[in-house]
Design a protein around this ligand. Sequence first.
Ligand code: PHE
Length: 333
Amino acid sequence: ISAKYFEKAQTVNDQAGLESLRLAFFGKNGDIKQLQKSLSTLAAELRPQFGQAINELRSKLESNFEELKVRLEAEAHRRQQASERIDITLPPHAEHLGSLHPISKTIMEMERIFIGLGYKIAEGPEIEWVKNNFDLLNIPEGHPSRELSDTYYLDDKICLRTQTSPVQIRVMQAQQPPIYIICPGKVYRPDTADATHSPLFHQIEGLVVDKGISMSNLVGTLKHLAKALFGENTEIRLRPHHFPFTEPSCEVDVTCWKCHGSGCPTCKNEGFVEVLGAGMVHPQVLRNCNIDPEVYSGFAFGIGAERVCMAHYDISDIRYFSENNLRFLEQFK
Ligand code: PHE
C-alpha cells in the first residue's frame, strides 16, 4: 500500500488529483479502511500487532498527504500571484481626474488677493429677502431693477438675489465696524443667454466700513486689485455713475489687458474695459444696519467673476461656463 500510495502521490499536481488520492487511501472505502476492516478476519492475538502497524502506516501516509496538500496550495497561490502581479511603482492612469471650474479658480484668485489685504470672506443665501436685496440697500419701490422682467421673484417677499450686495446688509446687521469683507457668489437675472449674458453669473462684492474711510482708500484698493489680476502695468479709470446704495458711485474701467491702451477689438479701440461698479457706502444704508454714519464710513464694490475670467483666459462666450463640455473644462487643469 505504501509503495502504491507514493507512486500515485508523485503524479498528483492539482486539487482534483489530491482529492482522488485522499478518497483512494483515506476515504470510506479507501485502502486504509479496507485494511482496518480485514483485522476482524485475523486471530485475536495477532490483532494488536497488525492494528499498530496499520496505524503507523496511516499516520506516515497522512503526514505525507498533508505535506503534499500544503505544497500544492502554495504552488497554486504562487501561480495566482504571478498572474495577478501589479507593479505598484508604475505611475497611475489618472486620465479622468476632475479639475476646478475656471470660475472657481477666478474667485479663489480674488479671495487670495483680498485675504492678503486682511479681508474676511462672507457668504449669504442665493434665495434672499426682497428687503435685503433692495429695500435696505436704498433701492426704492418702482426702481427698474425691481421689475418682474429684471428679478426672479419667488413671492412678494423673496427673490433670487440679483447681486451680492445683500450680503453687505447681512454682515453689517450682524456686526459693528471695522468690517473688511468680500462676498463671492451666484446671482440671478432674467436675461436671455448670449455670448455676454447669462441668467446666472457670479459676483464678488467687497465692503469696507471703518473710521475715516474715504474715496482714496477705494481707489487704492481697486488699483491694487487691477494690477494683481491683470498685471503690473494695468491702470484704472473711474467714471461717475449712480447706484442707490453708494454715494458717490462710479464705474471702474481697467486698461485693456490685450493692447494696454493702444486700441483693439477687446476694448473696441477704447483702451479700457469696464470691470466693476463701486462707491462710498450710502449713509442711509449704514443707518439701515444700525451703523452710525457720523462715526463710520465705507466703500463697496461689485465685480463680475465671468468678466474677469473671460478676460484672464481669453474666453469668448459666457455660455461655455455652464455647458459642462469636458473639452472646455479640461483646459483648466
Ligand atoms: N451691486 C452692483 C451691481 O450688481 C455692483 C456694486 C456693488 C456697485 C457695490 C457698487 C457697490 O451692479
